[in-house]
Design a binder for this molecule. Sequence first.
Ligand code: GDP
Length: 293
Amino acid sequence: MLENLTDRMSKALRNLRGIGKLTEENMAEALKEVRTALLSADVHFKVARQFVEDVKAAAMGQEVLASVTPGQQIVKIINDELVKLLGEGAGQLLDKKPLRIMLVGLHGSGKTTTSAKLAKRLAKEGYRPALVGCDIYRPAAIDQLETLCRQENFRCYTDRNSKDVPKIGRAGMEWAKEQDANLIIFDTAGRLQIDHDLIEEVKKLRDKIVPDEVLLVADAALGQEAVNVAQHFNDAVHLTGIVLTKLDGDARGGAALSMKTITGVPIKFMGTGEKMDDFEIFHADRMAQRILG
Ligand code: GDP
């Protein structure tokens, strides 16, 4: 996947051979190419600009290695920076029992599916999971959670008679403790876009259940909106990580770089399909290649 970019850059930097060092001037054209690649992968324009500035600073003054073309060298620097940035903290969750995880995100991002996928993964590591359904606005969401829990044999707490989400969360937590669960995953409601009521509700729920991990579940195809979504949720509930879903789709995934840069929180896992096992530790190297196109 890197070949396209490499080819384009090699062309742009052909006249660099033998110059010795990479400088602002002789990198300018290549960095423009990088910015274009990032923008076409739907990285937010401000994030793309900042990233290119960082790459420029890292590359400045480096000797051009004899064994590679300047274009190849710059692509490698860019790729390494991306892998480093995206890979920090991948797959890491707080190592404690009981562990309380709250999932937040927009409607349709994959929260309910991810609740069960995460429970399944952690059950294999010795946790006894219980899931708590706090998405009370969509009866289908409660049904979906119950179905997944039945299918996977997980304990599940739902309450169709209450509209008090923080209270449901608290009751679910107490119930899970009685069930001897040592992993409690809270599935929350989403909206099609960020709205004040949604944010207020997740804040109240968070205060009530005091989760160890707050994970933003985000569709890899979120595009330019990713910055806004990640920023709002992070400001409201202090995210501890991101789960990027639907990476089996054809989105270039620039949202990953945007969200990581804006929030500073790690992308921990990724969803790669609708099935329960389509869930992996986030692979920064694959993502970097995907973003660079
Ligand atoms: P929620 O509204 O955030 O709870 O989202 P759901 O968990 O209901 O997921 C919405 C849709 O996305 C469902 O049809 C899921 O099967 C699907 N989905 C979730 N994660 C993935 C994924 O990683 N890949 C694909 N292809 N579909 C997914």
